[in-house]
Design a protein around this ligand. Structure first.
Ligand SMILES: *Cc1c(COP(=O)(O)O)cnc(C)c1O
Length: 392
């Protein structure tokens, strides 16, 4: 996979592309590392780097020296990261296929251990290769997803004794269930307390884990106590707030506005313009009908690309710095917008689906609101097929 870097937005970019801003990325990392100063910084690049494009983000993050680690979900992602030239650390957050243990060790990954079967598989490979593997135990503190419970810990500690090459767990982690969806943080505080208790149980067994980590973006931004030795933010690295509640909690605590800049803009071009008489229907299901003589622009983007069908008759795009409302249903590969009120619109005119144009901007958070979801999903669903351009 080749990664394209350009210095200006004027280059010919086809009918649809994502622009990725290196300076926005650098600013977000700087902001986050100053909120968690002195801590190891692990940027999360799962889900194709939150839809931004994994090879591109590996190139971009490689240029930022504060980013000591990347976290990924799967072995396949880790392979892409290594083949993109990343030589720093990688934590695998997701489960491993037991047959993948060897590949995991070969790529020098740090697996998250959530079963004794996985630890056995890693222990065997490490012993055979005489290679220490840094393993991270994920502890159950109330999310009830991946964590190991207190009852499961004795079997785990026994396995660490059986495979001394591992030198015990290198990292201990947990994940919060209810930190971004609320401005009330008692549940997260309870999880933190439970994490500390489980950590001390493991230490009492004679193990000396080097890093403890619990902080996703919301935890990093709101609570110093969650930082421990390492933080592992995702969405905020890309310049987005985890939620409105996180933003409100941060501002109520005296935090400043505008500390993040979105890294990604999504643009396309008008491929057709047509005039419609009053009372004309637009698109599948005749869900929109014009009330006046109208001018419609056809865009070569649809739900296949990640522009959700739920945005039909809901969202607007930006053309010449003005809003152009989506008319009718978003199709698989096409959509229609109203440009009646915009002067001088031509074929090939650039269109902003996410990002800024003049005084206007459309944020992923706004599309999420219109679509009844969260910015995470809007971003993660951007098709990997859209060309990505790094703006240096
Ligand atoms: C995705 C993920 C993160 C990052 O979460 P953000 O809310 O995007 O910062 C951190 N830790 C784990 C375990 C994750 O799965």
């Amino acid at each position: 996979m080749t990664v394209k870097t350009i210095s200006s937005r004027k280059a010919s970019q086809g009918l649809q592309w994502l622009e990725l801003s290196q300076s926005a990325l650098a600013q977000n990392v700087k902001t986050l590392s100053s909120l968690a100063s002195g801590k190891q910084f692990a940027a999360c690049v799962k889900a194709n780097a939150y839809g931004h494009g994994l090879p591109e983000l590996v190139t971009m993050l490689s240029k930022i020296k504060q980013v000591e680690l990347l976290t990924v979900h799967s072995l396949a992602e880790a392979e892409t990261v290594r083949s993109g030239g990343w030589t720093r650390e990688i934590i695998l957050l997701g489960p491993i296929d037991l047959a993948e243990a060897e590949a995991c060790v070969q790529l020098d990954l740090q697996p998250t251990i959530v079963t004794k079967e996985a630890l056995t598989a890693i222990g065997r490979v490490a012993t055979k290769r005489e290679q220490t593997v840094r393993t991270h135990l994920k502890l159950e503190t109330g999310t009830n997803r991946q964590g190991l419970t207190e009852e499961e810990l004795p079997a785990i500690t026994k396995l660490y004794r059986k495979y001394p090459i591992l030198k015990g767990p290198y990292g201990l982690s947990t994940h919060f269930a209810n930190i971004e969806d609320t401005t009330e943080h008692e549940y997260a505080q309870g999880q933190l307390k439970e994490f500390r208790r489980l950590v001390s149980l493991i230490k009492a067994e004679g193990f000396k884990p080097k890093v403890r980590h619990t902080a996703c973006s919301a935890a990093l931004i709101l609570f110093d106590k969650t930082h421990f030795e390492l933080v592992r933010p995702g969405i905020s690295v890309y310049g987005h707030w985890p939620s409105k509640e996180t933003y409100l909690s941060y501002r109520l605590g005296g935090g400043k506005n505008d500390i993040f800049r979105p890294v990604l803009s999504w643009r396309t071009r008008i491929t057709q313009i047509k005039s419609l008489a009053p009372d004309s229907f637009v698109g599948y299901g005749c869900s929109y009908r014009t009330t006046t003589k109208s001018k419609l622009a056809i865009l070569p983007v649809g739900y296949y690309d990640g522009y959700s069908r739920g945005l039909s008759n809901q969202a607007y795009v930006l053309i010449k710095g003005q809003r152009a409302p989506v008319r009718g249903r978003v199709c698989m590969n096409l959509m229609m917008v109203d440009v009646t009120h915009i002067e001088g619109v031509k074929l090939g005119e650039p269109v902003t689906l996410i990002g800024s144009d003049g005084p206007e901007s459309v944020r992923a958070e706004q599309l999420a609101l219109w679509n009844g979801t969260i910015a995470y999903e809007i971003l993660a669903r951007l098709s990997p097929n859209i060309p990505r351009l790094i703006i240096s």
